[in-house]
Design a protein around this ligand. Structure first.
Ligand code: BEZ
Length: 211
């Protein structure tokens, strides 16, 4: 069954390039990103894994642990990581799950047979410290993901988990936020001491509270 926002992310134990991982235990108190790749030694996947390796520090800064999954076996992953490091000029330090029996792929409904036979599509799951799914994305094999966008949504998810704000279209960290409708006008001065502007009664902006 499809995984929905707010569901507990299914737990699993898997072999990875960094040894055996028990998913929930490995996540600990961190945020997590689980993302799938259709196949080892394929061009788009190679660029994606390299792109993630290059922004490892950005994930660390945000207390996010990154875990990739591909249905190929461990030996294949290890050879592929050498290629990724060579061709993308990076050092892949995050684990990649070997999922030849498709345990994780099936648990997360990552195989969409009408799109791609017997391989995963490009799924992304962002998981909160409460182990609940906060965001899902699904891309086809032909389209590499934008990992700056994934950092951007992590910024929004982490901000909106702590403050009564939402983030507008194309928002970036540091920009004004929207005060959620549940906050009454009279509560705004105490909750948002940096000030606010009301464009409409339902459209109220405030400077980003945690900056
Ligand atoms: C790729 O990563 O380039 C790819 C993987 C599977 C199917 C098509 C493309």
């Amino acid at each position: 069954m499809a995984i929905r926002l707010g569901d507990v992310a299914p737990d699993f134990t898997a072999e990875t390039t960094a040894g055996t991982i028990k998913f929930h235990e490995w996540l600990g108190d961190s945020w997590g990103i689980l993302f799938s790749h259709p196949k080892d030694f394929t061009p788009v996947c190679t660029t994606e894994l390299g792109a993630v390796a290059k922004i490892t520090n950005e994930f660390k800064k945000r207390n996010v642990k990154v875990l990739a999954v591909s249905v190929d076996p461990l030996d294949s992953h290890k050879g592929w990581v050498n290629d990724i490091n060579e061709t993308q000029n990076c050092s892949v330090s995050y684990p990649i799950i070997a999922d030849p029996d498709r345990t994780v792929a099936n648990l997360y409904d990552m195989i969409h047979p009408n799109a791609l036979d017997n391989m995963t599509v490009r799924s992304v799951f962002v998981i909160g410290p409460d182990k609940k799914v906060k965001l899902t994305l699904t891309y086809p094999a032909s389209t590499g993901r934008n990992f700056d966008e994934i950092l951007r949504v992590v910024d929004s998810l982490q901000l909106t988990a702590k403050h009564q704000v939402a983030t507008p279209a194309n928002w970036k960290d540091g920009e004004d936020c929207i005060i959620v409708p549940a906050v009454k006008d009279e509560e705004i001065p105490s909750k948002f001491p940096k000030g606010h502007r009301a464009v409409k009664p339902y459209l109220r902006f405030t400077p980003q509270p945690n900056k």
